[in-house]
Structures are given as structure tokens and as C-alpha cells.
Design a protein around this ligand. Sequence first.
Ligand SMILES: [Cu+2]
Length: 655
Amino acid sequence: MKINNKTMVTVAVGIGFAASMFACTPKKPSSAGGASVSKNAAEKVYVAPGKHDEFYSFLSGGFSGQLAVYGLPSGRLLRVIPVYSVNPENGYGFTEETKKMLNTSHGFVPWDDSHHPQLSLTDGKVDGRYVYINANNTPRIAKIDLKTFKTTEIIEIPNSGGNHGSPYLTENTEYLIASTRFSIPLPNKDVALDKMKEEVKGTISFIKFGKEEKMEVAFQLLVPGIDYDLASCGKGMSHGYCFLTSYNSEKASTLIEINASKNDKDLLAIVNWKKAEECVAAGKAKTVDGQHVHNELNEATHTATSTTIEKVKMLDIKDCDGVLYYAPVAKSPHGADVDPSGQYIIAGGKLAAQITAYDFNKIVKAIEDKKFSGDYDGVKVLDYESVLAGEVKKPCLGPLHTEFDGKGNAYTSCFVSSEVVKWKLGTWEVVDRIPTYYSLGHIMIPGSGSKQPWGKYLLAMNKITKDRYLPVGPELPQSAQLIDISGDKMEMLLDFPTVGEPHYAVGFEASLIKDKVKKIYTLEDNKHPFVARGEKEARVVREGNVVHVYGTAIRSHFMPDNIEGIKVGDTVYFHVTNLEQDWDIAHGFSIIGANTSELLLMPGETSTFKWTPSKPGIYPFYCTDFCSALHQEMQGYIRVSAPGSSTPLKFNQGK
Ligand SMILES: [Cu+2]
């Protein structure tokens, strides 16, 4: 979501500060580069030609539905990985093999709003296996394999009205958790909207990372129907717990901008997932309707399959004592962030100029000692003072989200005052601040969500850029800003425009994976049912009015390349195998008038292009990915005859 100026003003009024302090027009930087760029900043981000960046960073595309890979510190865009949106660049969501990745219980949904990438963890440390990312709209979670940088699995979350607080991982990737953003009646039904308040429920879903590293919905918790938001799961001493912020404890459904801001505090949800596991194992969960679709890309067949699952296990928190507690939290919070030690849980309130640190040990003790200040919808609310580790006083306006450098420092992004504030864990004192341009949302320190962050750089992701770049029409690119956090003082180094909305990001040192990335698909291991492993296998097979072309591509020709005997009314599948076994030699395939995107074939990969010719004639096809000096000559012809004509099937196999 783009936060507009009107929202900013409303937020300002909500906090009770003068609106002029953070007026709609962002502050002008004091110099063209921004307030704190020093002369040697360029040297610090310069990566010489032929040299690699030190860090990978993965920035969500927000409303683009994609995930973009940037190198840091250079800010160079290395790749855009399609996740929830079809991508003509490589045919994702267009080819017969990948279309199924975008299936849902609502049918084919070729778009979503991707927000929070998260990294797989082993013993609380980044292991470089997978990136996961949520779909905010149609509730889904995707898995991207860091060997191939491809989306290889997508699971839909049933019984959920939106999936913003997702996907947050436990310290060994035992579970990914996903919470309801919009609470709705469960099971969903026809309810008068003015009766919503009584009918709405929420769910917190636990997606298991099974033995074969496949996602499945292990169980869902049925929880009070408030709007759940960001989360973090415990590590170290707090392993076994997850912490989620929420807003709208008022359960407002109209003008919630105003009506959800009435209560002085909102609720931090504290979930004991080990207890939930025990209750599910003890048979306390009910099997309920929960239709959802699970899509997987098989790396051997290069083909996705979709499975529809009808039921899920749901555990009503009323049937499992001690699985959920609430604690008061500053109103309208966003981030809930556990520090690398696992002791502190940090939450700020978008409408409160205050950051709260909760102490995990005190939470456990308060539960034991029954230090409750009340209850909410039957859930005990822990006494705020009993669980408080400390408060950061007057840090900024609109504290949103906190990251950690692993050296005892925390960094909070402040949306309203557009700055990053550095403060100390334990003493809670603010030690530094730096302005960002403009309207800062999330920030990222590589590995911050783990036990071992790489506390060298911080990336700020900004919503509004105003005068930072050359104008490109009414909308400007959003941006990321790189800040050096290696010294006592933060230093602004660089900003660069981004793909879509850089909503949130994760990152890690490049050495963790760069030598493990896959270079080719070996032809012997290609189990695609329509593979042609060599030119001798290239052929055309007619089955009624379906025609299968077993095609191959190699520098600089296709086989077969002159095909006759196709008729109007036929459905033609071009299954093209790239025969190259050489890194970075891709070929493309397209044909005039086809109602789809190109194929883009990695070495050793097979992919399928569906074509239904509608008029007789001669139709050229060609390679779309520049592959050699004779790339322009990499082309062929197909003859299409009228329906019922007797043109015999013929094709050139290079003899
Ligand atoms: Cu080519």
C-alpha cells in the first residue's frame, strides 16, 4: 500500500503532534546527496568491474508480486524472481509447466502483493537454502530455492482473510507462521456487515516444513478476530514462542483509520507453539473445512503440479490452556522483533512515540505468577509493567520496525519522521539518528532476524522519493538507501531506485551460497515427459488434433525447423529442450500470433509453449535470447493449412 499524504496527516493528528512537524512535503536534503553523505561514500559502495558484491539482498516487489535480488553495497539489480505475478521475461505463469504455480482455490491468480521475504534458518542461523515470501492478498506463501533462484513451491493459506503477518520462521524452520490480517467469519459465510463484530474470527496458521522440505498446513489456531500484523518467533531462550502485533482491538470495520485508534493500547499476541503442538498431538484440534491449493515445481520434470487439500486441523485456543496470551502494546503497532539473544521482543506503535522492549524471562514469570491485568475475548492479558524490560523514550515519530546488528544495538525505522534511530539494548538510550528520503517503511540488516546478524550495512526502504530522481511521470520509483552501521555514527552511502515497492528485505553474506548456485540442468536428469535429449529425438507427433513438437535448441538452430501439416483447429505444443550444457547459455522461443509469452530455456531445461493457430499461412518462429553471432539466423517456419486439408505431416530433422 502506498501511504499518501492524507494518511500522514491523520497519523500526525492521531499522535497529537503539530502536523507541520512532518508536513506532506518531505524535508529538503541539505545537499543533493542527502544530509550526511561524506566525500568517500562513493568509494565504500564501489564494486569494480568484474568484482562481486559482498552481500545478496532480496527485496520484495510489493504490488509487483515479485522478489528482486540486489547486490550490496553496489545496489546493482541482479535478478527479478517472479513469484506471484506472471513474467513475460522468462514465461513464468505462461508456460504449460509453470501455469500451475499460480493456481489457488479461487482459480488461476496471476498477481499478488508480496511483502515479507524471510530466510530459512538452522539453529537460528541463516542457512542459505530458501527464501520464503507471503502473498498479502490471496493468502499464499512461496518458497524460492537459492540454488536456482526459482519459485519452487506455493501453498495457499485456508481460513484467512489476507496474509500480511507472514511468513515468520521458528529457529530451525520447524514452522512458518501466517496470521489473518482481515478477520472474517470462519467458516466464511453471509453475514450483515453491521453484525461483523460478533462474527469475526482470526487464525494463526502453522506451516510445517516437512522432511522432504515441502510446506504443509500442520494446524491453525482459532483466535479472537482482530487484525494481526507482523511477527517474530523466539530463538535461544525464547524458542518455542512466537510474538505477533495486532491492531484494531476495537474490531472496527468502518473507517478503521479512525475507529481502530480509540483504545490507548493494542495487543501483542504471545503464542506458545510447543504447547499448541502438544494439544494437537493430544487430539484437541478439530478437522474442519479449509480448501487450499498446494503447488510444487518438480526439478526433475521441470513441471509444476497442483494439489487441492480440502480439510485442515484447527485448534480453538479455548481448548488449549496456555497457548495464547496477550500483552498491551503501544497503539497501532507494526513490527514485533526478537533480538539475536532471544531475550527481548521489541514493538513500537505507529501512533505512539514510544518503543517497548518486553523481556522474555519476565513474560514466562508473569504467566507463572498469573500477573494479569484483564482479559480480551477470553484471553488473559499480561500486566504491562510485569513484562516490561524497558522503553525507549521519545525515539521518533511513528516507530515501525526494529532490526539488530548483533553488537547490542537496535535500529528502528520511523515512518512519520523519516529517520532511522539507533539505540542500545539494555539501557534503551538513543545513541544516533539519521534522516532518510522519504517516508521510511521497513529496514534490513543482513541476517538480523537470526542469532548472527552481519551488522555492517543497514538498508532503508522508502515509500516516497519526490525529488531524488529524474522525473518519470506522475509516479516516481520507490527507493532503498544504504547506510553504513559499522561505526558509532551511521553514515548514508547510497540510494537506488527499486522494482515495485521495496516493502521488506532480507540479506546475507554472498559467500554463503555463491559457490553452490546451480549452473545447468543436466540432460540425463531431465525427466520431462516431452524431453528431446538430442537432435535425433527431435520430432513431431500428431494425436488427433493435438500436435506435440519435441523440439531442441542449441547455438544457433532449432530442430525440427520446417514443419508442415499443422491445421487450423489444432492445438500445438512446442516442448523445447535447450541442449546446451554450458553455464549461462539460454535460448528463447516465440512464434507470431501466439497468445502467450516466450519460452526462456535454461541449459538442459524443457519448457512448453502452447499455440493454437487461427489462420492458414506460413508462421516464423525464432530465438528470443541473444545466444551467438548467428542468433539472428536461429529461426524456423511452420506451414498452417486450412481445416480438413490433406497436407501431410512433415518436418526437417537436418538430414
Ligand atoms: Cu538463441
